[in-house]
Design a protein around this ligand. Sequence first.
Ligand SMILES: NC(=O)c1ccc[n+]([C@@H]2O[C@H](COP(=O)([O-])OP(=O)(O)OC[C@H]3O[C@@H](n4cnc5c(N)ncnc54)[C@H](OP(=O)(O)O)[C@@H]3O)[C@@H](O)[C@H]2O)c1
Length: 274
Amino acid sequence: MRVYITGHRGQLGQALLKRLPQASGGDLPELDITNPVSIGTALAEAGAELVVHCAALTDVDGAARDPELAYRVNGLGTQNVALAAAQAGAALVYVSTNEVFDGARGQPYYEFDTPNPINAYARSKLAGEWFAAHLLARSYIVRTAWLSAPGGRNFVHRILQLADERGSLRVVTDEVANPTFVGDLAEALLRLIATGRYGIYHLTNAGYCSRYEYACRILALSGRGHVPVEPISLAQYPRASTPPPFGALANTAAAALGVTLRPWQDALADFLKA
Ligand SMILES: NC(=O)c1ccc[n+]([C@@H]2O[C@H](COP(=O)([O-])OP(=O)(O)OC[C@H]3O[C@@H](n4cnc5c(N)ncnc54)[C@H](OP(=O)(O)O)[C@@H]3O)[C@@H](O)[C@H]2O)c1
């Protein structure tokens, strides 16, 4: 199957490309998903049969400052990708986020729960879900959370950097989700695609924790267990975007097809070893 990856230089895109060496892909600046001609030409030239759409504006605070831009890239950009995929006769995988849920329930969200986004990034990603679900018949919507890739812009690297620069940290206890490592996610995505069962899925490493617990585990496993971490609340950490306080996802639909991921603690240990 000829696979085309949007955002192939991003964290997840690179992990997919490593596992699909025959795949092609595009990213800024040569591909701009906000331009229908750009994505249409790319898919036609690639002869795409499956599009894995990873390109997105992923800076959640930037999205809060410029919600229109977030909607143009994540909402309308996905409309462009979905229409171009339909035109090319390709199926689509749209990578979405745990942030589509409001996080008020205090329990992991299932695939059948109703989204209720509380920030601009999440609203733009939910708009993308609508386009992916309605503009072509064969689509997978895959929600994930808290992605980390080697060398990427992510929480693990940020914690290590801040620990080394500042010698102490303050991390929130009331933001909870599933730490997820892109190698595991890429492999699960490929297993899911092999089933041909289009639909809505939640794919994350198993288990969940608060940012605070996550930071403590990162420090302990990287030999920085002596670095003090002060537990704080979201209210003490002003930022442009409001994350869902309890945004953990439950994997039910993919698990029913035999697609599960290992616990995040095991994945983190391997990540830090590498
Ligand atoms: N990161 C997370 O924690 C997380 C959590 C849940 C869901 N997700 C979703 O998972 C997917 C992959 O995330 P990721 O962490 O791999 O993202 P990433 O590393 O930020 O990669 C996204 C890529 O898309 C590119 N891009 C942005 N605007 C574009 C445009 N108009 N046209 C073409 N390419 C464009 C980016 O380029 P620039 O770098 O030049 O902007 C970047 O290379 C995204 O859909 C994201 O919403 C991510």
